[in-house]
Design a protein around this ligand. Sequence first.
Ligand code: F0G
Length: 461
Amino acid sequence: MEQRKQRSWAEPFKIKMVELVKMTSYEDRKAALEAAGYNTFLLRSRDVYIDLLTDSGTSAMSDHQWAGMMLGDEAYAGSENFYHLEETIQKYYGYKYIVPTHQGRAAEHIISQIMIKKGDVIPGNMYFTTTRLHQELAGGIFIDVIIDEAHDPDNEHPFKGDIDLGKLQKVVETYGASRIPYVCVATAVNMAGGQPISLSNLKAVREFTNLHGIPIIHDMTRVAENAYFIKSREPGYADKSISDIVIEICSLTDGATMSAKKDALVNIGGFLALNDYSVFEKARNMVVVYEGLHTYGGLAGRDMEALAIGITESVEENHIRARVGQVLYLGNKLIASGIPIVKPIGSHGVFLNAKKFLPHLTQDMYPAQSLAAAIYLDSGVRTMERGIVSAGRNKETGENNNPNLELVRLTIPRRVYTQAHMDVVAESIEEVYSNRESINGLKMIYEPEYLRFFQARFEKL
Ligand code: F0G
């Protein structure tokens, strides 16, 4: 058969309804930033022009999803939409038992409380803020076993989400398998910059954990995006469908927590998926205490319907190619302008390397927080800090964690912004880069106890 040339990615949708964006003035932004304590999480969205704070719950639903919203079966118990969601998860992800939750951290809470006991350790491929906190609240300690390359923003390893089996082995030798309730494996590792894990690595981790009888719990928040990188980078997968790769990833794990607000294209929703019936039984009982009955788990029937449809759309080839394609487009534009970003470009956003962007600031001057504030001030583009503020404090010593990665995340919502918006974002980053010497650091003046990055306040140094 004739090989047709593959064309450039393009948005695989046309626009049926629009939401007008707000243009802001420099004076307005300056006042808004001061009122927000230089924390982009504390800005009001009406003061934002292009919102790249997060890809979480910010995607645009399709006409099919909106039509599904009208099919909401709002029964307290046994809603039709729950069964549709359950079947869809079984079909596309392959897990047996499902507990719906209102979002990802609720699933993390439940699995942590069930599986982790005081003194346990949980190895994982880099921490995620809420995941680690729930592990700690259950009495556990997170141990990072991601490959060293993941902590180096310039290293171009194609699978920076891979687990270092030597590090994992050492954790087992030091603590013993009985103190490891599970290995936490994330796909498209968020804090590393949206970096994928390879299937060959996941298979090796599976073999190793089988030897020691340790389960694997999968943070599958961005599993389809990870599958896209496997398809495009891992030998042997170019001709496999995204859907087949997703199923293969899930089949190597024993259960999963899902924030459906990302990959699965809904504004709210999540679930815990399990293969072990006894763990499922406990989770199904616990969800009633914290979320709602086990056939809605904090979600309206219509939300579960939109989620079921969103899952099927999330693994479509055209969708995922354009979704990641848009992120790569912005990243490559910034690379071409000499802006220091994390490489390879990740799946859900472009991560600016704030240490290189602002070499005159030390880490205790919060370079990434300062840079996110400067970008907002320049153009009204809202980004977020992923550095020392997000990393929080060491659970045992109370000292600040000092992550090697000090990043600003430009997170791209799915199906929301166009290529021209990406051009405007790049122009603003270039502008800020050319005036980078004028950016001063910040001082933290209010620090909440948990997940401080969300609500901390800062002052200009
Ligand atoms: N795991 C990962 C990898 C995530 O990125 C998130 C959320 C969660 C779990 C928690 O899920 O928000 O539904 O409770 N990440 C968002 C972000 C907040 O902006 O990266 P949630």
